[in-house]
Write a protein that binds this ligand. Structure first.
Ligand code: IMP
Ligand code: MG
Length: 202
């Protein structure tokens, strides 16, 4: 344990710089906490009733890192509606620290759970160009998945390069860079409890 026993705000780092504090620039609100919670409940109702996830072994695969909070809420909502899926994580990188896609997708973490002969519920934060969802879907079929059911919180149809439509979508999203609810810009804003737009200086 570090720091003094006194209460109050954390002390600045010894070099005087402050790290990991909430950014000064507040994003422009796009989807509120209550809107997201309501929509996650609706999605869970529809997904829990999807026979593809109950007629054979199924598992949820969460795309890291931006989908982790959405997936946490969705999986709990699914459980409450009677669907208890094994969960694993897949690492997919298509963005660096900027706001534009690299066009190529890299697998940065392979799930440990078996997907052969399973239905995969793939949970991601955003579909943008479509490269990530397309890559992941092919990856799971190559690994022997029987079916891939896709669910994203946000869809940015204006930026689609690959013709692919998610099975379940939370919200249509304008062609803006969004952060919060697990999604970041250069490592910041993931813990913001709602989704907002940032317009970084070019
Ligand atoms: P795609 O491969 O172009 O469809 O990009 C999808 C991935 O890019 C998502 O899984 C996100 O990780 C990331 N992404 C796309 N748009 C945004 C955004 O506005 N904010 C944060 N991440 C984004
Ligand atoms: Mg992603």
């Amino acid at each position: 344990m570090s720091g003094s026993a006194s209460s109050g705000p954390p002390s600045p780092a010894s070099d005087g710089a402050r790290h990991n504090v909430v950014p000064d620039a507040l994003p422009e609100p796009l989807f509120t906490e209550s809107q997201i919670a309501e929509r996650v409940g609706e999605l869970a109702g529809a997904i829990a009733a999807d026979p593809r996830l109950t007629i054979r072994p199924a598992l949820a695969l969460v795309a890291l890192s931006g989908a982790f909070i959405f997936a946490g809420d969705l999986l709990r909502a699914l459980y409450k509606r009677g669907l208890d899926l094994p969960v694993d994580f897949i690492g997919l990188a298509s963005y660096g620290t900027g706001t534009t896609t690299e066009g190529t997708v890299r697998l940065t973490r392979n799930p440990a759970l078996e997907v052969t002969d399973h239905t995969v519920l793939l949970i991601d934060d955003i579909i943008d160009s479509g490269h990530t969802l397309n890559f992941a879907t092919h990856h799971f079929f190559d690994a022997g998945a029987v079916e891939v059911v896709t669910c994203v919180l946000l869809d940015k149809p204006a930026r689609r390069v690959i013709s692919i439509a998610p099975d379940y979508t939370g919200f249509q999203c304008p062609d803006e860079f969004v952060v919060g609810y697990g999604m970041d810009f250069a490592g910041e804003y993931r813990g913001l409890p709602w989704v907002g737009v940032i317009r970084p200086p070019l």
